[in-house]
Design a protein around this ligand. Structure first.
Ligand code: HEC
Ligand code: HEC
Length: 253
């Protein structure tokens, strides 16, 4: 907790931040081109298939994260992920989020990462990779978990917590506090801001309400995503207001 206070400046409660200006299309084209090269030279010769397999269930004999070799995972990562998430997973704001991030790694479960790799995030550059099998994804996760992050934190996410609130109010809060970075409907980078898609089915299907709450409590150190809740948060939102926002994200249709 303590080291996060240093991050928080006292912006007015209804702060507005300009979206980070980026030459996104050019970066995206470059990254996708790199991916195509990586895919040809790499181990992804099989086209994505079998999307109905549950990615969180280990097939017999598959390598678990605990048994996986992080250095093998690093090779898979460099071939399949680094073009967007950058070498070492640091991410590039406006292109792909940081997954070498202490708050992301503390909040995201292994299953969250498996589902994200398997199903991708429709409508974003994060394409589904069901062709990466359970063992390979275990190796990638082992690599991510072995990465050194500054001041690591432990966060307990209450996945059983269900947000309640007022949809209309949630829409209003979202427009004031979130839309500049995440897009008016949470579309993400395609709307031109710095934040990934959080109003998209691809995100909402894998993220629990508790995951979203924990992200707003902790922010993502070193990225434009700051803590938003409580007196030390960027906007001093209450948990009720966050409930409104989550309900709106899920119900906006
Ligand atoms: C100043 C820009 C900015 C604002 C304002 C902002 N975010 Fe974010 N948000 C980001 C960025 C950037 C990331 C991803 C961090 C990264 O690039 O690694 C993020 C990540 C997230 C994530 C995690 C998404 C995922 O894929 O795991 C959630 C949830 C989120 N933000 C919710 C919100 C909500 C709700 C609000 C409004 C209360 C908000 N954010 C306001 C920039 C912002
Ligand atoms: C072509 C670019 C691209 C490639 C390649 C790619 N990603 Fe992503 N990834 C993205 C984008 C863009 C997002 C954010 C999508 C959104 O807006 O919701 C993302 C999101 C994620 C997230 C969710 C992060 C969060 O904050 O919730 C994880 C985990 C992830 N990617 C892992 C991987 C892994 C592992 C690989 C390699 C197997 C990979 N990605 C390959 C572009 C890419």
């Amino acid at each position: 907790m303590g080291d996060q206070t240093a991050l928080n400046t006292s912006l007015p409660r209804n702060m507005k931040q300009p979206p980070v200006g980026l030459d996104l299309p050019a970066r995206l084209v470059a990254a996708v081109a790199l991916m195509a090269i990586a895919a040809c030279s790499g181990d992804s010769s099989t086209t994505p298939s079998a999307p109905d397999v549950d990615p969180t269930v280990a097939p017999p004999g598959a390598t678990t994260v605990a048994a996986a070799d992080p250095s093998v995972g690093e090779q898979h990562f460099n071939q399949n992920c680094a073009a967007c998430h950058q070498m070492g997973g640091t991410g590039l704001v406006g292109l792909a989020p940081s997954i070498r991030n202490r708050d992301f790694l503390a909040i995201a479960s292994d299953d969250f990462i498996r589902k994200t790799v398997h199903s991708g995030r429709a409508g974003t550059a994060m394409i589904p990779r069901p062709d990466l099998d359970y063992s390979k994804v275990s190796e990638i996760i082992a690599y991510l978990r072995a990465l050194k992050v500054p001041n690591p934190v432990t966060v307990t996410v209450d996945h059983d917590w269900t947000a309640s609130g007022d949809v209309a109010r949630g829409g209003e809060h979202f427009a004031i506090f979130c839309a500049d970075c995440h897009g008016p409907n949470g579309e993400g980078y395609v709307a031109g801001g710095s934040g990934p898609g959080i109003g998209t089915p691809g995100f909402l299907n894998v993220a629990s309400d508790g995951y979203i709450l924990a992200t707003l409590q902790h922010g993502r150190l070193g990225t434009p995503m700051r803590p938003f809740i409580g007196p030390t948060g960027l906007a001093n939102l209450t948990q009720e207001e966050v409930g409104d926002i989550i309900v709106w994200l899920r119900k906006k249709g």
